[in-house]
Design a protein around this ligand. Sequence first.
Ligand code: KIV
Length: 278
Amino acid sequence: MRTEQPSPPLTIPAVASRKGRTPLVCLTAYTTPVARIVDRHCDIVLVGDSVGMVLHGLPSTLPVSVDMMVLHGQAVRRGLKRALMVVDLPFGSYEQSPQQAFDTAARIMAETGCAAVKLEGGIPMAETIAFLSARGIPVMAHVGLTPQSVHRFGGYGVRGQDEEAESVARDAAAATRAGAFAVVLEKIPAPLARSITDTVPVPTIGIGASENCDGQILVVDDILGTMPELSLRFVKRYATIGAETDEAVAAYADDVRRRRFPAEEHAFGTGASQDGDR
Ligand code: KIV
């Protein structure tokens, strides 16, 4: 009888070698059960600082702490067998100096078991990317719309239009020259994504950056529709979990109020009863 061979975990060189080949499939995850599912289908799992907005109801990613990233990183790690795990460096934990970035990244890698970290910025972060890369910390860079700069940008609009295109391209080039193994391009025009992807030697991973990238990433809750009020042009929704959850909770509340739940089959008698673990 043949048994299915588990695929080996994806490595940084394996990710790098996907440049210009089969697109890299990437999603965020923040919890063990979702990480288990994402791991079955994706190449890269990002524990994004979007966790602050998605799971904690924060107004932006700025208040997210290193402790939060470690806690969610540990939860995600328990769900992974194959995908490459990347954890975001949160705002304020790396920008001050390469040494500060090293200390934060080393803690996150040691405590979560992730293979790489992601940080926002191109030219201003090039020295830091080089410092980390030279010391065994693989870095995924993130340019274009960098959400930690929301106040500088004045919102979450498209970046790299018109005269700004050149500076986004220079950011991507500087990050990859400094040693980033991949670069996230967020919310930039399709022609700019094409020219960056054609120029940099490492995989580009797009979010709102068209098909002109070597891979794609989205926030997992956005494809699941857990927040139905959110409508984003660059997201394709594959489920309506938020609406279904609303219906399920409403039905439960109604059942309890009308004494339809619990029914006899949900109650225990006096003899030994079988039940699950929880
Ligand atoms: O925090 C995040 O979720 C990200 C995106 C690229 C998905 O940085």
